[in-house]
Design a protein around this ligand. Sequence first.
Ligand code: AOF
Ligand code: ZN
Length: 390
Amino acid sequence: MQVYSNKALSQEIIDWPVTMQRALMLAARVMSAAPNPRVGCVIVCAEGIVGEGWHSAAGQPHAEIEALRMAGNAARNATVFVTLEPCAHHGRTGPCADALIAAGVARVVIAGIDPNPAVAGKGIARLEAVGIEVAHLVDFEAAAQSLNRGYFKRRQFGRPWVTCKLAMSIDGRTALANGTSKWITGGEARADVQRLRARSCAIVTGIATVLFDDPSLTVRPAELQLSAEAQQVNALALRRQPLRVILDSKGRVPANARILGDGTGVKVYIGRESQAPSGLPAAVQVLPVAANRQGVDLLSVLESLASDFECNEILVEAGSTLSSAFISAGLVDELIVYIAPKLLGSDARALFEASGLTALTTAPQFELADVERFGNDVRLTLHPQYGKSD
Ligand code: AOF
Ligand code: ZN
């Protein structure tokens, strides 16, 4: 396989970086193809783009197949830009490498290598074995991985990408002293949370939130505020609800909790020594894991979500106790904090439950990755700098 950097490409007729960027853009319009990665594909011949495709949902044709369908005979001798190495295995669908070979393409340019052990390198090898040139655009490797950050994390580390979402007042409080937290932020921020849910494989919460707030934690397409194009592209993806996961070490979830719905897609993690909660809808799955006085072991839950349920990305939507436990355990990949211009006062609950810090140099730190306004609220996207201090 040839490895190309952007610099080495200035002599090419087809603008490789621009074309790969387009393939990434096509893939990124899909909110989630879970448990599969999001993949985009653009097929180019001397006259220009002849085919485009993206993977719209698990079980649907892969990006290359959609693009080949559009290109028809024009795919012969064409160059194919695809954001992930074409697959070489029979999964829910057939191998894309074989379809590309049958279509007679001349060259395949990829951005990322598929970490799926059934594919990793085998797709490239199969194409090269029949004389198709495979070029790896190394400058796009990071973009290919961040497009599918959860998929890569699960395949490489056996754990999902963890986003933790919290909403707070400008004085850093997440709920009144009496526990009331509905609603700190306004409608636009809440629509954004709906979009975060739609990207996730599972929404994880704690028993305290279930008992106090009784949320449903579902995706409600009418509340997503998507553009007409986004609605069309995501029509299939939005038929799927993320799993709803309750961390309930003592098995206290009541049978009439709203989050249970009819029980489909609901997982309850209880401590190994605890009794399963009674009277739950039959479809609810109760999973015993290690637990201590603080609750169920968070790492065990994450490993189970990745290996038992193929979760790529999960969203923790819980109160400050469970959210702080995830942060303190070093398990959060991205923290999303909505700030509402309200003051809740010093007896209200703080965002982060920890005390006793005596030096700023040892305070948990974050990199500010993004700031965006939603109506009257602000969203911070933060990346923990675990192990780093001033
Ligand atoms: C591609 N193009 O667009 C995608 C790929 O069960 P299947 O048949 O859908 O296969 C899923 C696996 O295929 C997934 O784990 C990943 O390795 C690869 N995804 N490959 O060539 C695509 N979505
Ligand atoms: Zn494929």
